[in-house]
Design a protein around this ligand. Structure first.
Ligand code: BTN
Length: 249
């Protein structure tokens, strides 16, 4: 597996993920769709993703014939963001948080939205891995998001000079990780993701999609991407989807 096949640069689009899904058949696998600005950037669970012009990285990678699970695709996105942030700001303490966030000092600095593409016969055709990284957003704009969020600028005091260059490196890193999964198996990404997981061994509360909550200690991440929690009564619970927060001591 080589690097990126093509990069599509857009001035403005509703969402690079929507554009990549709508134009999936026109692009080769390994195409990265990049925008300077998104007017309707999308996050997980129908949330919006703040996407002001030129300050942050917004990109979606098209992978055709993707044979891994969507949760495993999200490891590619979050690990690529993690590594590219580290290259840009080596002293920044960043880690991944289940299911697919990148955090810095408890605040979100990057997010990943993976969406499957199906052909006219509803057969899986591939996946779009969308990654947003907050690079040069200022503290005031971050506060307006209404959730703990940060950027490389706010954390280091130094702006990322070349936003496009950052996004290209992120795309190349995602392709490298995908190549690794193909050549060595997805277990290689699983191992790396687990070693970067800030929740490992922590006492957490998981709120599931139906609104119910489970408390427990994070014991592991299964190969299918489920978070494994050991409850106080000793039962091991497998969480496929939900929101997890660290319980105050
Ligand atoms: C999340 O944490 O909720 C996921 C955020 C994903 C945002 C990125 S920005 C590029 C791509 N296009 C979108 O509309 N969303 C993703």
């Amino acid at each position: 597996m080589g690097g990126l096949v093509e990069t599509v640069w857009l001035d403005e689009i509703d969402s690079t993920n929507s554009y990549a899904l709508n134009n999936f058949d026109f692009f080769a696998s390994g195409t990265l769709v990049v925008a300077r600005r998104q007017s309707m950037g999308r996050g997980r669970k129908g949330r919006s993703w703040a996407s002001p012009p030129d300050v942050n990285s917004y990109a979606s990678l098209i992978l055709k014939g993707f044979k891994f699970l969507p949760a495993q695709a999200s490891w590619i996105g979050s690990l690529a963001a993690l590594e590219t942030i580290r290259q840009s700001a080596p002293r920044l303490g960043v880690s991944v948080k289940w299911p697919n966030d990148v955090l810095c000092g408890g605040r979100k600095i990057a997010g990943v939205l993976c969406e499957g593409k199906f052909d006219s016969r509803r057969k899986p055709a591939g996946i779009v891995i969308g990654v947003g990284v907050n690079l040069n957003m200022d503290a005031k704009s971050l506060a307006a998001i209404g959730k703990p969020a940060t950027s490389i600028l706010v954390e280091t005091g130094e702006p990322v000079q070349d936003v496009g260059g950052f996004t290209l490196r992120l795309g190349e890193e995602a392709m490298r990780l995908y190549g690794l999964a193909l050549s060595e198996g997805v277990a290689s990404l699983h191992k790396t993701w687990k070693s970067e997981n800030m929740l490992q061994g922590r006492d957490v509360e998981a709120v599931l999609d139906d609104g119910s909550a489970i408390s427990g200690r994070v014991e592991d991440l299964s190969l299918d991407g489920s978070l494994l929690l050991r409850t106080a009564s000793g039962i091991l619970r497998s969480i496929r989807s939900g929101e997890v927060s660290i319980r105050p001591v």
